[in-house]
Write a protein that binds this ligand. Structure first.
Ligand SMILES: C[S@@+](CC[C@H](N)C(=O)[O-])C[C@H]1O[C@@H](n2cnc3c(N)ncnc32)[C@H](O)[C@@H]1O
Length: 218
């Protein structure tokens, strides 16, 4: 039996299992940053993230995304250039989502890397039905600061301001936003600031703790 959903909480667990327990058509927006499946270690202290060995975790989750989303709603899915072809192939063949757009997040500074230093990431916009978009000035190139990672923060922490822009574009106050791969809770913080209800899911206990502390400090 599907569970009733509780808002404004981070669930410690595997999002695929949690999503399978959620009712159909209950979420207004999914904004998420799954592991890219490249199995790299990040930053100066070689941090690894869970489930980053292959991109299949995304695909399992995507099948559930469509079911839990309300009709006429969007998904914003962070990805990178290596993972993008695999992901779009899967979406087009095996889900009912329409791929609406590809947004580039251009960082103010470049980060780690060799020969070609990383300065952008990609955000796929998927649609179930015909969602409304609220902003008239939403560019498909979004400029936002690159987070300077220290020992404490998540190696993939995303800028809250960038997330807020997507939340504003695709939801309204009181709507329910889901981040099934919430890491250190950046989407949850953005939702809190924008008066959206939110649900975060994270597999790694360490990041559940960090997210909890970041949200309380808010
Ligand atoms: C790219 S990070 C997200 C970082 C986040 N955007 C932030 O600002 O902190 C992806 C997260 O998904 C988590 N993860 C991996 N597999 C998962 C699963 N099956 N269910 C829930 N979380 C998962 C990882 O532990 C990792 O923290």
């Amino acid at each position: 039996m599907k569970e009733k959903i509780k808002f404004n909480q981070i669930i410690h667990g595997d999002c695929v299992k949690c999503l399978r327990n959620m009712p159909n058509n209950c979420i207004d927006l999914i904004l998420t940053d799954p592991p890219y499946g490249d199995n790299v270690a990040y930053g100066w202290n070689n941090k690894k993230i869970k489930n980053n060995k292959n991109p299949l975790i995304n695909c399992l989750a995507l099948a559930e995304f469509y079911r839990v989303l309300k009709k006429n709603s969007s998904v914003y899915l962070f990805t990178n250039w290596k993972h993008y072809p695999f992901l779009t192939e899967f979406i087009l063949r095996y889900t009912k989502f329409k791929i609406r757009h590809l947004v580039v997040w251009k960082k103010h500074n470049f980060g780690l890397g060799w020969a070609f230093r990383h300065q952008y990431e990609l955000i796929l916009v998927l649609e179930k039905g015909k969602p409304k978009y609220h902003l008239t000035n939403f560019s498909d190139v979004q400029n936002a600061t690159h987070i300077n990672h220290n020992k404490e923060n998540h190696p993939h922490e995303k800028p809250v301001d960038l997330l807020k822009k997507m939340i504003e574009h695709s939801s309204k106050e009181g709507d329910i936003v889901l981040d099934p791969f919430c890491g250190s809770g950046s989407v949850c913080i953005a939702c809190q600031e924008m008066k959206r209800k939110w649900i975060g899911i994270e597999l790694d206990e360490k990041w559940v703790g960090v997210a909890g502390r970041r949200i309380i400090i808010q």
